[in-house]
Design a binder for this molecule. Structure first.
Ligand SMILES: *[C@@H]1O[C@H](CO)[C@@H](O)[C@H](O)[C@H]1NC(C)=O
Ligand SMILES: *[C@@H]1O[C@H](CO)[C@@H](O)[C@H](O)[C@H]1NC(C)=O
Ligand SMILES: *[C@@H]1O[C@H](CO)[C@@H](O)[C@H](O)[C@H]1NC(C)=O
Ligand SMILES: *[C@@H]1O[C@H](CO)[C@@H](O)[C@H](O)[C@H]1NC(C)=O
Length: 434
């Protein structure tokens, strides 16, 4: 649908000679954008960044950063059925847990453009990975294909093979999440685990339940934090515009060789990391950008500390595919939670129907509890409530009391210990046997 729309408008423009220049200019802009978003870029060495004043925590990886605060973590490599090599982390020793680990294991899954580091960027008093492992749960953290920890494949080279980047939440849900669940269960010897998914981390779980019969049964409980499914009511103009631009221009972008976006070490991430730690003024600007990106109400009270802002941009954005971003653009316009819309003709070939098939939300038979925020500009309360009404086994929906609670607060707020952790802990305990 959009391909033909773009073609038609390009046609219209080209037919007017005076507009040829604009088309050229637009193509150039697209190519430049592609270059900026993709370029492997600056390669500042860690020592250089350190001497430039980057906060130390922003330069450490998961194992190093958790060790810094007295936690012991392991790295695990997980192979998916389609050859992607993912990295998981397990916190084997928490600083404040002085009893045997509770079971079953807990799998914690990050959101779009994040990695497992998002759960520790706000430090040991607030990062959910710390709070959960301090409560003695056996905590595993996932990383989905395309982010800097999971950029491997047995055959494909992410830097050379566009095929590596042909994925969206469909493949993450069909391959990555099941592979990580199987790995954890096999490694620990349990039959089931408890799953916590933030935003896309819930969306991909829903895809798995719909498309991989049997896998839902390997999970006892899902704790769904600001779940992303359809995003019809998303209020963030920036997020809407960015993702819809990817949706409209995916074809053009891929012609310029752009398949991967917002990768760590790429220009965009290096730039924000540098910029956000540069001075008090730029730091404040970065907070403003997070706010504008994320929330609805403009009187947000800064629940994300200065230190967290400086640290998180060392790990965010963590990278994904253009195709995945484009699919979010589609989800802004659709009242359904469905597969990628390639336009009528291609849909007919691929799916046998003009409209993309919807994911089967009735297949998420596992008990789900949901925590969401009133001021979330990315995942609107109306879309969360729509989703929960489709799921057959919802235990409870909790709207965070703080009227300012927004999307990024889930991973980066300094107040998670008071706002969302008690409820998470209550449900984990209920679904824990020892
Ligand atoms: C994290 O850093 C340690 C120490 O530099 C290194 O051995 C390890 O491979 C890194 N882990 C990942 C997943 O990058
Ligand atoms: C399951 O775990 C065992 C031992 O921990 C290991 O040898 C085996 O390769 C694992 N299987 C899979 C499919 O990961
Ligand atoms: C955070 O930064 C702002 C603006 O630079 C400043 O006014 C505030 O005092 C800082 N807060 C802390 C806790 O350092
Ligand atoms: C959706 O999943 C449910 C539960 O597994 C199943 O009973 C139903 O037939 C499925 N619907 C479709 C359209 O596949």
């Amino acid at each position: 649908m959009f391909a033909s729309e773009v073609l038609r408008s390009v046609d219209n423009m080209a037919s007017k000679r005076s507009n040829t220049f604009k088309v050229l200019l637009a193509s150039l802009a697209v190519a430049a954008l592609g270059y900026v978003l993709r370029s492997p870029s600056l390669y500042l060495r860690r020592e250089t960044k350190s001497s430039l004043g980057y906060p130390k925590d922003s330069l450490l990886n998961f194992t190093e950063l958790t060790a810094e605060y007295g936690y012991l973590s392991e790295e695990h490599k997980v192979l998916t059925d389609d050859g992607y090599i993912l990295t998981m982390f397990r916190i084997v020793k928490a600083r404040n847990c002085h009893r045997a680990k509770r079971s079953p294991p807990v799998l914690l899954m990050h959101g779009l453009l994040q990695s497992s580091d998002s759960w520790i960027d706000s430090g040991p008093d607030a990062g959910l990975a710390y709070l959960i492992s301090d409560a003695c749960y056996d905590l595993w953290l996932g990383n989905v294909r395309g982010n800097y920890y999971s950029r491997g494949h047995v055959r494909l080279d992410p830097d050379k093979d566009p095929a590596y980047w042909k994925f969206y939440i469909e493949e993450i849900g069909i391959y990555d999440v099941p592979a990580m669940i199987d790995y954890v269960l096999n490694y620990t010897g349990f039959q089931k685990l408890n799953y916590i998914g933030f935003s896309q981390g819930t969306g991909t779980f829903l895809v798995m339940c719909s498309e991989k019969p049997g896998y839902c049964d390997k999970v006892k409980l899902v704790i769904s934090l600001a779940p992303a499914s359809r995003q019809m009511h998303t209020q963030s103009k920036i997020f809407r515009t960015v993702t819809q631009t990817f949706y409209r221009m995916e074809g053009l972008l891929s012609m310029t060789g752009l398949q991967e976006v917002f990768s760590k070490g790429g220009f965009s991430q290096e730039f924000v990391a540098f910029f956000c730690q540069l001075s008090g003024v730029t730091e404040r600007l970065c907070e403003k950008v997070i706010d504008a990106f994320d929330h609805v109400d403009s009187t947000h009270l800064g629940s994300i500390t200065n230190q967290t802002t400086r640290v998180l941009f060392g790990h965010f954005p963590a990278g994904t595919s253009v195709h995945n971003m484009a699919r979010y653009g589609q989800s802004m316009n659709s009242g359904r939670f469905e597969k990628f819309d390639y336009g009528r003709e291609q849909n007919l070939v691929l799916y046998g129907s003009e409209e993309p098939p919807q994911y089967n939300l009735s297949a998420t038979t596992v008990p789900v509890m949901c925590i969401y925020g009133k001021n979330d500009g990315l995942v609107d309360t109306r879309d969360v409530e729509w989703l929960m009404a489709q799921l057959p086994n919802v235990l409870e929906m909790v709207k965070v009391e703080d009227p300012q609670w927004n999307h990024m607060d889930v991973t980066y707020s300094q107040y998670t210990g008071d706002t969302i952790f008690p409820k998470i802990n209550e449900y984990l305990l209920k679904y824990t046997s020892a």
